[in-house]
Structure formats: structure tokens, C-alpha cells
Design a protein around this ligand. Structure first.
Ligand SMILES: [Zn+2]
Length: 799
């Protein structure tokens, strides 16, 4: 049943009306069936409706987009089976469900879909059991399930409308199921042929008042794995952004965003964009002609997708021609700027205050109008800056293509350093935000009483409280220092990784304990700007001080390259950007403070990875780095940070030891050259790194290395024994490296260093196994020392 949505839908109403009709369709009692042994599959998802009732939704322009199954009959049952194809996904599934394969009986299910599910199911029903229609039961089911069906349709309304209006809907439409599992409780199954990984299974879960979508498994569906199907091409690409933004005195932001739009080859009608939840798109035009904007809230879809931005659709009135280029214009407004008190402001939706569509490297031209007593910084070089009455108007342009443009504002003072052709401009607030103000304290003074005063006359009411005006921390205390350090970091990194995307790097403060690196614009926690002794008590530990004073600014500076020149291809590859940004910061720390400083940070990272969770598991075991945002789940909420940043840094450190210092830096330089303004995958990164291994290295394609550290989890404990026999010039060193506390198949290469009184030391690599791994080598002269990994180049616990 191939429908032509354009013909069916053409002119019958607006997209919002269509959405309303989809939401209000309700279940159709006339399409209720008693089903037995009804089986169907969406690629790797197999569903067996063994015995129960199946009711479909009412059609909207001939398309039915929902169904409910209920096993609420004598002996009623249904079953779902999914076998993830990769070992890592089987492990992920097992960690949530205690089984590497999903085989779950369920009591009921709500299905929401835009594909050919209805046609396929009803055909099967009519062929096998044509008389099992049951309108009486249909009335009962419709009454009890209509509201729930509507809720799920509402959650997916953007997608339902998108699919409805797109060509090839039966093939490319999505399929979603909310199942009430008998053992595992409620869980979700999603098949989306437009996604990189088409199958997702997971569960909404809460932990300490936060809601997560725990992804049990997510993988490429069979026909995509086998290359018999391909992901449909994106429907459009945007370039040449021009923003005209006005920041009102009440901090409301109004923006007109214009861009070049190149339609994709599918010639489909709706275009999907993302924008911050705080921004509302009020109007859109294509080549000057008004087009419809559809921007409802879609909570569950957002939860499954992750991220805090909302999707919206632009529905052109006529089909866009793939070979042509169009001018698209959006008007959007909202409150993305917040106040932190004392005249300190910050931008909440730093990267999503204007519409975007995933990754796009584009030139940006930004004009901001804002109250003239405010300071405003943004991405790009200033091309015009003037005052018009109470307003200041600043126009900036980026000299190269960038991924995202940001801005920040405040009541600033500034320090600027120009070195090696690059300018670093650091802005500091003139006051600290309220959260960083010390509390008004009271000093309690005991009354001065003569020791001769009889005790009976000493009364507690004599205690005097003297309020003491607090010393406010100075938010510009480290302004000059930051400017010179960031400029030194930029110089150090450009020397190894090539020029940054833009010649001016603007640095601005932001409340909180984090930073963010946009092209040409860094946001740094205000704490970074304070003198260490003026920082809040919660960040006074030595390692926190090192983080705010030494690592954060260099980490965000390194994102100029890692994330903004080279991008990650997907969430599985995000770890590369964070690990490289952080390890670049650690290289800069090592250069300034020496190897000890680097070692102490890495030791601390190791301790975090070994720390036990509430359930007594090591933090490292929460999942491999390639899980990316999936690591932020209800079981170990802090694991994402520790694994992506800290284990990620260890992975880079270990790679550096495998390649050697010079080759490691050369590899990073080559990565920039090869992947400039492109995305890199984890496998491409492995192959690149392997090219920089010294000749005759063990594990020459780094397959074992990536299997253990990148695709797997585990930190082994290593014990080292050795003995020396024979006489020079033929001495035999033999011994064992014994591995414990890791999986049976865990195996890494560790170096044994043999040092001599005179001459160069010899490094011998041993591949560990569960239990003792013997080794032996022959040397010419008597060794002075034989050490297992003296440089701490392997993430392991020593015994
Ligand atoms: Zn980062």
C-alpha cells in the first residue's frame, strides 16, 4: 500500500492540524482482533503475539499509526526477542537485564509507527484468521487505552508528522513500542531507519530525583550491517549563516537567522531543525515566501535521543529542487540569557540559540544589538562596532567555517595578549555571582569579664555577635595570568596541531564549575578567575585547585582543534574529542610543571576509575568510552565524566607510550591535516594511530589495545617476578607478569624496562593473560635494574 502523502494531504490543512488529527485519532474498535501466533519482525526485533487482542488506531488520511496489544485473556502471552550482534552490546544488555539476549514476555504493548506495520499485520490476520474481528472487545480496549496511545503519539508527533509528509514513508517510517515486560517492567523498543544505529532498547529510570533513559542496547539493524540498505540521505544542508540578534534590556533575545539551504536528493518536504527549548521559532521563510513552522514539545523522543534541544519542522509549501540553493530565514525569540546576581549574566543555551541541523561547518556573520552599558562577546572577528543612542551594535564575521557560534555578556574588564599572530582576549566580570559570595558570618566574642566575676554572675546572654562584612573574592584576580597562560597554551598547541580555526580567541566567564570551548570563544568557570585561596570551600582540594588553575582553561583551548577543527562522527566517537582536549591540557601541564605533575593527575584519575559505586562496582565497569552519553545512566550517574575525560586521558597517555613522544605529537598533527573540517570515527582514529607505531611494534594495528581500552572495560592488577641467570655476554632474564582482577580474556601489552649501569636501557613488551604470563630475554651485560612499566604507561594496579 504505497501512499503518496503529498496527494493525500495536499491542501487539506496545516501541519499543526495534521498533528492534531494524528493525536486525536484514537483506537478503532472496528479494527480489533483476537490474535494467536501472530509474529512480526522489524529487522533484529522479533515480536510474537502469542495470544491476546490487537487493536489498531483510526486512520488519518488512510494511514493507521498506532496499535495496542493486550494479553489480558486466559493464557494470554506475548514475547519480544532481540539478539544484539556485537559482544559489547550483549555485555551492555546483560549489565541491565542480567542476560546478553533479550527474551522477554510482556502483558501489553503500545505501538506507535509510521511504517508499513499496519498493512503487514492486518494482511497476516486476514490470511490466517479472517473471522476473529472483535468490535465489542475493541470498545473496551479503546476506552482503557486511548489516553495512553495519545500520550505516546504526542511524544513522537514531530516524527509522525515528518514521516507522514515524507516520501518512502512505509520504508523509512519509524516504529516504536512501549512494552510492559513481565520480568523487566516497562521498557521501550525503537526502530528508526533514519538513525545511524537503527535499533534502541532501553528504559526510563530515575535516580536521586533525576530521570534518565538507560540505553540497554543500541546497534545497527541487520540489513544496514549487511549493506543491503542505506540510511536515507539528509534532507538538507545549511551554510553561510547570518544572524541579526537584538538583546532587549529585559534580556529577552530576538534573532533573525538567515542561511543558504541546499536540499538533499530525496526531495522530501519537511525539514527538521533543532533549537534550545528556551527559544521559540515564530516564523520562517524560504526565498522570501512564508512557510509553516511546527514546533511542539516531544518529551519522550527527546529523552531517547538525549540532549536538551527540541526538534521542529519547517514545511515548505512546494517541493524543493535538489540542484538549487535557497535562502532560508527564521525568526526566533526567547530567554536564553539568565542572571546570576550582582550584574553577572550567562547564556544558558550556548550552542542552540539559533536553528541548526547536526554537524555543519559554515561561515557565520553575526550582528548583535544590545544595551550599551553591557559587554557582549561572540564568535568571530569584529568588523563593525558602533553606538546608536542607548544601543551598541557589534558585527562579527568568522574568517573560516565553524561548527557553532556562541556569545556571552556581562559587565566586563578585559586583558588582551597577542603572540605568534594570535590574539587572546580574556574578559572578567567586575563582580562575582551571588553563589560565590561568602556568607555573612558572625564572629562570637565572649564578654570581657574579670576572672574575679563570680560564676553566678556570668550569664550566657553576655555573648555578643558581631556581623562581619565578608571579603568578596575578586573575579578578575587571575585576569592577566589567564591571558598569558591561555596565550601560551594556544602557542604550544598551534605549534603541534597547526593553526586554530580563528585568529582571535575570546575568553569569558560563566557561573558553575565547568567550561566550554566554542570556535574562537571559551566559556570558563568563574572559579578559574579567582585566586585559589578565595575559591569556595567545595573546590579547595589540591586536585580541584589544579583542575581550575591548570587544566580547565587549557582543556577548553584544546577544543579549538578537537571538536572544532576535527569533529567526532557520532556519540561513540565523542570520547576522542574530550580525551584529546584533556590530554592536550595535560601535555601543556607537563611542559610547564614537569612529568611529576602529569603523573599525579593520572594517578588521581586512576583512583577515580577504581573507586567503588554504591553497588560495590568499580566506576570503570560502568561501560566503555565508546558508550559516550550512554554512560550517563541511572546506575552510575557520575561515571560519564570519569570515563570519558579521565579514562580517555589514560587511553591517550598509553597510546603516547606505544608510539613515543615525537610520533604521538606527529600523529595529532596528521589527524588535524587529514580530518580538518571533517568528522573522525573511532576506527579511523585507531588506523591513524597505528600508522605512527614504531616498526615491529606488537599489536601493529592496535586491535588488542582498542579492544581492551576503548571497546571494553577493566583495569588489571599486575604482579611482577623475575630472575637473572648466566654470565655476560649471555645473561638470561626470565620471570612472569601475573594479571588478576580483570576478565578472563583481558590482555594488554606492558613494558619491562631493563636498565644498565652504562648504555641504553632495553624495553621488552609482555602480553598479559589471566594468571601468570612468562617472559624471557637475553642481554649482554649485567642489568642494574629490571622494572615493570617504570613510567606508569599502562592503566593498572601494581602489586
Ligand atoms: Zn571538553
Amino acid at each position: 500500500m504505497a501512499l503518496l502523502p503529498g496527494l493525500l494531504w495536499g491542501g487539506t490543512g496545516t501541519t499543526a492540524e495534521l498533528a492534531r488529527r494524528i493525536l486525536n485519532a484514537g483506537l478503532d474498535p472496528e479494527e480489533c482482533y483476537r490474535v494467536r501466533e501472530l509474529n512480526f519482525a522489524k529487522e533484529d526485533i522479533r515480536i510474537y503475539l502469542t495470544d491476546g487482542y490487537l487493536i489498531f488506531g483510526r486512520p488519518v488520511d488512510g494511514v493507521r499509526m498506532s496499535a495496542v496489544f493486550s494479553a489480558d485473556v486466559e493464557g494470554g502471552d506475548a514475547e519480544l526477542m532481540i539478539f544484539p550482534p556485537q559482544r559489547s552490546e550483549r555485555l551492555a544488555l546483560a549489565s541491565y537485564t542480567s542476560s546478553p539476549n533479550l527474551n522477554e514476555h510482556f502483558e501489553s504493548a503500545i505501538f506507535t509507527f509510521a511504517d508499513e506495520s499496519y498493512a503487514k499485520l492486518v494482511q497476516q490476520i486476514r490470511e490466517h484468521d479472517p473471522l476473529r474481528r472483535s468490535p465489542e472487545m475493541g470498545l473496551v480496549l479503546a476506552q482503557s487505552w486511548n489516553l495512553a496511545v495519545r500520550n505516546f503519539a504526542s511524544s513522537f508527533q514531530i516524527r509522525l508528522v515528518y514521516d507522514f509528509l515524507s516520501p518512502n514513508r512505509p520504508q523509512n517510517g519509524f516504529f516504536y513500542g512501549a512494552l510492559a515486560g513481565r520480568r523487566l517492567g516497562n521498557f521501550d523498543v525503537l526502530y528508526d531507519p533514519r538513525s545511524d544505529e537503527q535499533i534502541t532498547v532501553g528504559q526510563v529510570a530515575s535516580h536521586q530525583d533525576r530521570t534518565f533513559f538507560d540505553i540497554w542496547t543500541r546497534f545497527e539493524a541487520r540489513s544496514f550491517r549487511n549493506h543491503t540498505r542505506e540510511i536515507p540521505p539528509p534532507e538538507a544542508a545549511l551554510s553561510d549563516f547570518r544572524m541579526d540578534a537584538t538583546l532587549e534590556p529585559d534580556l529577552g533575545l530576538k534573532v533573525i537567522t538567515r542561511a543558504r539551504l541546499a536540499p538533499g536528493s530525496e526531495g522530501k518536504r519537511p525539514l527538521e531543525f533543532y533549537i534550545s527549548r528556551q527559544m521559540r521559532v515564530t516564523e520562517a521563510r524560504i526565498n522570501g515566501e512564508p512557510v509553516e513552522v511546527f514546533q511542539p514539545e516531544s518529551l519522550r523522543a527527546n529523552l531517547i535521543r538525549g540532549g536538551s534541544n527540541d526538534a521542529f519542522l519547517v514545511v515548505p509549501s512546494q517541493e524543493l529542487q535538489p540542484a538549487r540553493s535557497y535562502e532560508i530565514e527564521f525568526r526566533q525569540q526567547g530567554a536564553v540569557v539568565s542572571q546570576a546576581g550582582n550584574g553577572v549574566y550567562y547564556v544558558g543555551a550556548r550552542g542552540s540559540w539559533y536553528p541548526s541541523r547536526g554537524m555543519q561547518f559554515a561561515r557565520h556573520d553575526l550582528t548583535f544589538r544590545y544595551p550599551k552599558d553591557l559587554g557582549l562577546v561572540a564568535t568571530g572577528e569584529i568588523v563593525d562596532d558602533r553606538t546608536e543612542g542607548d544601543w551598541r551594535v557589534t558585527r562579527r564575521r568568522t574568517s573560516s567555517r565553524i561548527r557553532v557560534a556562541g556569545f556571552n555578556l556581562g559587565n566586563y574588564q578585559r586583558e588582551s595578549v597577542t603572540r605568534g599572530g594570535y590574539t587572546v582576549e580574556v574578559y572578567a566580570n567586575r563582580q562575582v555571582e551571588r553563589a560565590l559570595e561568602p556568607k555573612v558570618s558572625a564572629v562570637i566574642l565572649l564578654p570581657q569579664l574579670s576572672p574575679l566575676t563570680p560564676l553566678s554572675q556570668r550569664r550566657p546572654v553576655d555573648v555578643i555577635r558581631v556581623p562581619v562584612e565578608p571579603l568578596r573574592p575578586n573575579p578578575a584576580a587571575r585576569l592577566e595570568r589567564l591571558a598569558s597562560e591561555i596565550s601560551a597554551a594556544l602557542e604550544f598547541m598551534s605549534a603541534h596541531f597547526g593553526p586554530p580555526p580563528l585568529k582571535t580567541l575570546t575568553v569569558s566567564p560563566i557561573p558553575g564549575t565547568f567550561g566550554q570551548g566554542f570556535p574562537g570563544l571559551l566559556y570558563l568557570s568563574t572559579i578559574t578567575y579567582l585566586n585559589p585561596e578565595e575559591r569556595p570551600a567545595s573546590v579547595r582540594s589540591e586536585s580541584q585547585q589544579t583542575f581550575f588553575s591548570e587544566i580547565l582553561s587549557a582543556h577548553e583551548t584544546a577544543h579549538q582543534w578537537w571538536g572544532n577543527v576535527v569533529a567526532s562522527a557520532g556519540y561513540q566517537d565523542d570520547w576522542i574529542m574530550e580525551a584529546l582536549a584533556n590530554y592536550s591540557a595535560l601535555l601543556f601541564l607537563e611542559k610547564r610543571k614537569g612529568a611529576r605533575a602529569l603523573e599525579s593527575v593520572l594517578t588521581e584519575y586512576k583512583n577515580h576509575l577504581l573507586a567503588k559505586t554504591e553497588e560495590g562496582r568499580r566506576t570503570d565497569s560502568a561501560g566503555p568510552v565508546i558508550w559516550g552519553a550512554r554512560l550517563e545512566n541511572s546506575r552510575v550517574p557520575g561515571a560519564w565524566r570519569t570515563i570519558i575525560y579521565e579514562k580517555g586521558s589514560w587511553i591517550m597517555h598509553m597510546l603516547r607510550w606505544r608510539t613515543g613522544d615525537e610520533r604521538f605529537l606527529a600523529m595529532l598533527g596528521e589527524m588535524r591535516r587529514r580530518y580538518q573540517y571533517r568528522a573522525i570515527t573511532t576506527e579511523q582514529f585507531r588506523l591513524l594511530a597505528a600508522q605512527f607505531l614504531p616498526t615491529r611494534s606488537p599489536d601493529p594495528q592496535l586491535e588488542a589495545f582498542f579492544d581492551q581500552w576503548v571497546y571494553g572495560t577493566g583495569i588489571p592488577t599486575l604482579k611482577f617476578n623475575h630472575s637473572v641467570r648466566g654470565k655476560a655476554p649471555s645473561l638470561r632474564i626470565s620471570g612472569t607478569v601475573t594479571q588478576s582482577d580483570a576478565d578472563e580474556d583481558f590482555s594488554v601489552y606492558v613494558p619491562i624496562e631493563v636498565q644498565f649501569g652504562k648504555g641504553r636501557s632495553v624495553t621488552h613488551w609482555v602480553r598479559t593473560v589471566a594468571g601468570p604470563a612468562p617472559f624471557s630475554l637475553t642481554v649482554r651485560q649485567a642489568p642494574s635494574k629490571i622494572l615493570l612499566d617504570p613510567a606508569n604507561s599502562v592503566l593498572a594496579v601494581r602489586k
